[in-house]
Design a protein around this ligand. Sequence first.
Ligand code: C2O
Ligand code: CU
Length: 670
Amino acid sequence: MTTGTLIILDHAIALLCAIAWFAAGITMARRQAKPALALLAAALLVTLIRVVPVVVLAGRGWWFVQEKVLLGLPMLAVAAVAATVIAGHRLRSQAMSGQRPEGIDTAGVVALLTAAYAALASFVVTFLIGYPLTLSTALITVAVVLAGALLTVRVLGTPDANDANDANDMNTVEEPDTEPDPDVSRRRFLGVAGGVVVAGAGAAGAGLSVWPADAATDDGGGPGPAPRAAVPVTDLRGPDTPAPGGVRREYVLTAQKTTVRLASGHTVDAWTFDGSVPGPPVTANQGDLIEVKLVNHDIDDGVTLHWHGYDVPCGEDGAPGVTQDVVGPGEEFTYRFRANQVGTYWYHTHQMSHIGVRKGLYGTLVVTSRDRQQAVDDAAPEQLDLTLPVHTFDGTATIAGDAEYVAAPGTAVRLRLINTDSSPHRFALAGTSFRVAAVDGRELVEPGEISRTGLRLPAAGRYDLVFVMPSTSVALALDDAATVWLRPQAGAPDGEASTPDTAAWPDLDLLTYGTPAPVALRGATADRHFTLVLDRGVAMVDGSPAYAQIVNGRAHPSIPDQLVTEGDAVRFTVVNRSLETHPWHLHGHPVLILSRDGKPSSGSPLWVDTFAVRAGEVWEVAFRASNPGIWMNHCHNLPHQHQGMMLRLRYDGVTTPFDGMPMAGSSHGH
Ligand code: C2O
Ligand code: CU
């Protein structure tokens, strides 16, 4: 069973458990002893069953169960035992006497309902707080459960009901000395529970104030900040000249609102670069200097340009409030960097990107090696190199460009797939076998030929597919619908590419694809190791509490910075406790995938800038801290990023003059 399924199962059983205890308590309050007894038995059974998914989940990782093992289950166990002891024997004697009791049995009902509160509280803590559990959370939770019990005593123990109870006891109990006076025991309970609530609240308050809550940095087990000269991020800019033999590629990209006509014929109000979606393609040969002047015409929230997956100097990274101020309407900013990396990338605004990118502020960035470019020029007719960004407008995912291309049989075809959306897309290539030559711009080692295989492309990710054009048509399916056709000649029939059931094809697992090759980083012991536990939970977002997307229990900007030193081998363990997919993206560095769910990556070394961590998965990745700066490290489901799932990786000694609050009225920079 996948960890994601176990998490759902655990949620379901936890809810069922709370419901069973409530049902038992309410039924007893309605003085129906037999059904209440049955419900008590059922509640006990579900409580025992609760242990099963927790034990199995614990095997998947402590992160998945910490709050259950340390708080939820012990609290529930104590309450359940107390309820069974207190209510159980009362219900049994009531049931055996065959008479409906005249008054409510306060102690029994309170005991059952307290178990219900404990069951509910353990579910709520899992759901709203998650990992890590803090002492103050634990104390507050126990205090709340006891306060619930107190309140229940108050509500149930009205004078009337009590008098009836007292009268009842006087008449029927033969030896009043051996039975505690219910009034006394109620008072005693009120006193004890009240005391515990007050103590719990006090301790929680104290815990909150002493808890090392606002550590500004996490050093990942490495040395803390060392005294060294501060380097402002504004000094970390790109060179002003191309590498020898390269040329200067100048672009001006104007961000502006435009009405765009979609292929479907619909028009949408888009935010564009130069009036087009995607924006103008930025292309270069390796070694060229890319110089892009960004002009903001009328995007009120402001814009920046982030070169996704391209390891530019930090000052060119386009992170508003960190590497630059946001570019407001009427303003401009010029980016300069050398095209050192070959491959398929993209650019997008990083300001309010959950809106800006969705509305169209993105484009493609493709860098070819000079040799390859020469080959393309020399043999132009036999090459077809298509850059195919997919983007969702109006609820419809569309691939930019034409719906049909002609490629003579024997043509070397390269399809550069780019996912500019916040959720994954599934691609499939029908009518030919192919190779995945590159992932996130980086070439794989000896990728094998595959066919009838689905390709799940994470949000923000890229795959380069290569194949030799056969003499029959080829279809690229997007989310299992044929979307782009390549035909050996104009008008060629669809042929066998027309009807494949691509949805039934298995997905390619990149962790086992291609040929292994030694990578120094793989064996290196990590100088720093950071664990990122991704979940949903209550946290502050934009100054108010929200059901946020959280990392280690917090939301941006209160997640501690990760501190690294230049040269460090850094490791991330990324754990997804939630039920959503989180495409994790570190700026400025490719990461090497080490393992997923404990299974080591066994194919080609896999270097990516974005990896999709699905529900319940645990990924280990590593990278070398070789690009000084302050780098955003976030979920590339951009609404998640906006809801808090973002932090910063900061090199020791690098500072930013920007305040992280780029524009009045808008939120922190993203
Ligand atoms: Cu493509 Cu910070 O993102
Ligand atoms: Cu996410």
